[in-house]
Design a protein around this ligand. Sequence first.
Ligand code: HEC
Length: 135
Amino acid sequence: MGIASLLVLAACGSNQGNGKATTDTTASPAEHQMTDTGSASANAGTEHTTYPGYGIMLQQDCKTCHTPDKISTGPSFMMIAARYDSTKAGTVEHLAEKVISGGKGSFGDVPMTPHPSLSKADAEELVKYILSYKN
Ligand code: HEC
């Protein structure tokens, strides 16, 4: 990936569209803050934002602790994607359950907060979006 796209992604990552109230997963102005640079995405040829999980994430607090490419309170999406294989049976389900129940130990001692209001289906879509950051 280009250095420039890394920097722009990082800059945009701290300024995403919090408080967006709609539930559609289609592009909106808020999303564009994160995605206008996406053509030079980390994952050559894959538009991460086409994943339904991207739209779900905009309604959630994930971005307060995760960014696509920088360690924040939590690991970056690229780190998570590098560790797990989304094509392996049970992986998406396992991670979805972890998002719902929270916990620590995979990347260190900092725990992820639980997200009990997330449905399993939504959590799985979120995980598929995150795992799309595989290089
Ligand atoms: C309060 C901060 C925080 C929030 C909010 C948060 N996470 Fe996390 N997340 C973490 C931390 C810290 C870890 C590393 C946990 C560990 O080491 O097991 C993590 C790990 C993960 C993992 C990898 C789990 C594993 O076992 O490898 C996934 C997937 C994930 N988060 C997705 C999400 C999604 C999706 C959301 C939004 C619904 C979210 N996170 C919200 C802090 C957070």
